[in-house]
Design a protein around this ligand. Structure first.
Ligand code: HEC
Ligand code: HEC
Length: 187
């Protein structure tokens, strides 16, 4: 009689504990699921990280205005490389015939109305900083390495950066060569 009662109590106890465990397990599982981010949700592109085959780069709309018809953009910050204001389709690739130089080299810019290539591009900037007698430094040959066409698209993240200009003229012209050594002490 005594043992029957004990086993009843035991059974009820075990059942209560198991039920409690089950409930808490379910709760933890629910919490984990709610707090988990799937691989597709990771990052801004919202696609799987394991397969690139369906990933399409963002293609925005670029200007169709020809050189001479476009409007120059304000510089992003002092001495930043200016954005290309005009259409460049049909000008690429840049090989021996660098078509950009045909309008932008200082001696050509007088006729084309283009902003002349600045003094910083006409010295061996990575070497002795010597003037190259009017020639373009090799490190500046691939203009598109630094200058890009302004593209209209919806940015994934809003850009709230605001460039500052010590001189108002810097909004449309650069003067890097004059300011390059600012703050550098030499003996
Ligand atoms: C037919 C002449 C011509 C050619 C070729 C040309 N440009 Fe231009 N570029 C201009 C003119 C003119 C402007 C000034 C804006 C306008 O009038 O359209 C300009 C503006 C620019 C600007 C903006 C300058 C500023 O002060 O904001 C950049 C950068 C630029 N071009 C880069 C290039 C690059 C890089 C190439 C080659 C892929 C190129 N250009 C080819 C004539 C030309
Ligand atoms: C390694 C990067 C780099 C390359 C390559 C390069 N530029 Fe620049 N460019 C700059 C930067 C940075 C500035 C602004 C600071 C300065 O004056 O150097 C600039 C400024 C300019 C300006 C504005 C000048 C002014 O007075 O406001 C023009 C025009 C220009 N570049 C044209 C070109 C052309 C055309 C090519 C190719 C033949 C080219 N750049 C290659 C980085 C580059």
């Amino acid at each position: 009689m005594k043992s029957k009662k004990t086993s009843w109590i035991l059974a009820v106890l075990v059942a209560t504990i198991s039920l409690g465990l089950l409930v808490s397990c379910a709760q933890t599982q629910k919490q984990t699921r709610a707090g988990t981010i799937s691989e597709e949700e990771l990052g801004l592109r919202q696609e799987t990280l394991y397969n690139e085959s369906s990933t399409v780069p963002v293609h925005g709309e670029t200007t169709k205005k020809e050189p001479g018809e476009s409007t120059r953009f304000e510089r992003s910050f002092e001495n930043s490389p200016p954005l290309i204001a005009h259409d460049i389709s049909g000008m690429l690739p840049l090989d021996e015939d660098n078509i950009c130089m045909g309008c932008h080299m200082p001696e050509e810019a007088i006729f084309s109305g283009a902003t002349p290539i600045p003094a910083s591009h006409l010295i061996d900037i990575l070497g002795k900083r010597e003037y190259l007698k009017g020639a373009l430094d090799g490190s500046r040959f691939n203009c598109l390495q630094c200058h890009v066409v302004q593209t209209k698209l919806t940015p994934a993240v809003e850009n709230i950066f605001k460039g500052e200009f010590r001189d108002e003229r810097g909004r449309y012209r650069s003067n890097l060569l004059n300011t390059l050594n600012e703050g550098v002490e030499s003996e």
